[in-house]
Design a binder for this molecule. Structure first.
Ligand code: SAH
Length: 329
C-alpha cells in the first residue's frame, strides 16, 4: 500500500526518466511557436516593470523539450535585446533525459540546471512555467462521516484509510464521499517563489489547467498515446497529472508576501498579449497549408471550448510592481 502522492511521484519520475512524454501528449509550446514567443515578451515587459535589473535570472520550471525557452529567447533577442543581454537562463528539471533534450534545444543559452527552486542563485528573477504544477504529486482525502479518509494505492486500485485529524484538508462543506486534493509540492513551490519576490524583485507566470473551483472529485488522470488511460495501472508508462487548485495557490502566494494577479483564462491572456496578431503576421509569408496550421494552432490554444478556458495563468510579482502584461484591470 502506497500513499497516492508517493505513488504519483514514483510513477512520474519513472515516466519522465524513460519515456518521451511528447509521444503521449502535446503542450502549448509544442502546438505553436507563438506561445513561447509571447511568454518571452511577457517576461521582458515584466522585467521593465521591475526597473530593468541587471543581471537577471530567466528561469523555467519543467521545461519539457526546451521549446518554450527557445521560442522565448528568440523573441527576446529580436524585440528586447537589453533584456536578452542582461539575462542568464536557469532550468528547474529533474529528468536527465529531458535535460539532454533541453541542452540540444538551447545550444547558445548556456542554461544552468536545478533540481528545485532552492538552488537558484540570488537576485532578480523572471520565471515561466507551463504544465509544471499539474505533474506534481497530490494527496486525496475523502469525506467520511465527520472526518476524512486518505486514499492509497494497492494492487492497482484505491484503498481508503482513516486520516489523522491534523492531516485532513481545510475543505469545509464537502458531502460524504466527496474528494479534496492537496498538492503540497505545488504549495511549497509557490510559497518559495512568493517569499523570494517579497524580498527581491521578481515575477512569475504559471500556466496550467484546472477549473474555477475544485471539483470535489478525483482529478487524477493519465494520458497514454494521446488517450485517457487508467492512472493506477502500469506506473511509469503514462503521464499522471491532476488539476491545479489556482485559488489555493493564490492564497498561499499572498500569505507569503507576493502580489497575485489572476488566474486569468489562457485564451484571454494570450489574446491580450497579441497572440492573434503575431500568428497572422507569421502566417502571411507562408504557403496556405502552413498558414492554416498556424491558424488552427492559435484557435486550439485560445478558443474557450479547447484550451482557452480550462487552462489558466496565475502571475506572482514583487509587491509594489505594476500589474504584469495582460493582467491590468
Ligand atoms: N513545460 C513543458 C513540459 C511539461 S511536462 C511543456 O509545456 O511542453 C512537465 C515537465 O515538468 C517535464 O519537463 C518534467 O520532467 C518536469 N517535472 C515533473 N516533475 C518535476 C519536479 N518535481 N521537479 C522538476 N521538474 C519536474
Amino acid at each position: 500500500m502506497e500513499r497516492l502522492d508517493r505513488f504519483m511521484a514514483r510513477a512520474n519520475a519513472a515516466y519522465y526518466a524513460t519515456r518521451d512524454p511528447f509521444a503521449d501528449f502535446t503542450t502549448a509550446p509544442e502546438i505553436s511557436q507563438v506561445f513561447g514567443e509571447i511568454l518571452g515578451l511577457w517576461a521582458a515587459v515584466a522585467w521593465q516593470g521591475l526597473g530593468c535589473p541587471a543581471p537577471v535570472l530567466l528561469a523555467e520550471a519543467g521545461p519539457g523539450r526546451g521549446t518554450l525557452m527557445a521560442d522565448a529567447l528568440r523573441a527576446i533577442r529580436a524585440v528586447a535585446p537589453d533584456f536578452g543581454a542582461a539575462l542568464a537562463v536557469h532550468l528547474i528539471e529533474t529528468s536527465p533525459r529531458l535535460r539532454a533534450l533541453q541542452a540540444a534545444a538551447l545550444p547558445d543559452a548556456a542554461p544552468v540546471w536545478h533540481e528545485s527552486l532552492d538552488t537558484l542563485p540570488a537576485g532578480p528573477l523572471l520565471l515561466l512555467a507551463n504544465e509544471f504544477l499539474d505533474a506534481l504529486p497530490i494527496r486525496q482525502f475523502v469525506r467520511r462521516g465527520a472526518g476524512w479518509a486518505e486514499r492509497f494505492v494497492a494492487g492497482g486500485g484505491i484503498v481508503e484509510r482513516p486520516a489523522v485529524a491534523t492531516d485532513g484538508p481545510d475543505a469545509p462543506g464537502l458531502a460524504e464521499g466527496e474528494v479534496a486534493e492537496i498538492c503540497a509540492p505545488a504549495r511549497d513551490f509557490v510559497a518559495g517563489l512568493a517569499a523570494r519576490f517579497a524580498r527581491v524583485p521578481g515575477a512569475a507566470l504559471l500556466v496550467d489547467y484546472g477549473p474555477e473551483a475544485p471539483g470535489h472529485a478525483s482529478s487524477l488522470q493519465a494520458i497514454r498515446a494521446g488517450a485517457p488511460a487508467d492512472p493506477l495501472a502500469a506506473p511509469g508508462a503514462a503521464d499522471l497529472t491532476a488539476h491545479v487548485d489556482f485559488a489555493a495557490l493564490a492564497g498561499v502566494a499572498r500569505a507569503a508576501g507576493a502580489a497575485v494577479h489572476g488566474p486569468l483564462a489562457q485564451g484571454v491572456l494570450l489574446g491580450r498579449l497579441g497572440f492573434g496578431e503575431r500568428t497572422a503576421r507569421l502566417a502571411r509569408g507562408q504557403p496556405p497549408d502552413k498558414a492554416a496550421l498556424l491558424d488552427s494552432a492559435a484557435r486550439r490554444l485560445t478558443a474557450p471550448y479547447r484550451m482557452g478556458r480550462l487552462f489558466k495563468a496565475l502571475a506572482l510579482c514583487s509587491p509594489g510592481s505594476p500589474p504584469p502584461p495582460g493582467f491590468a484591470a
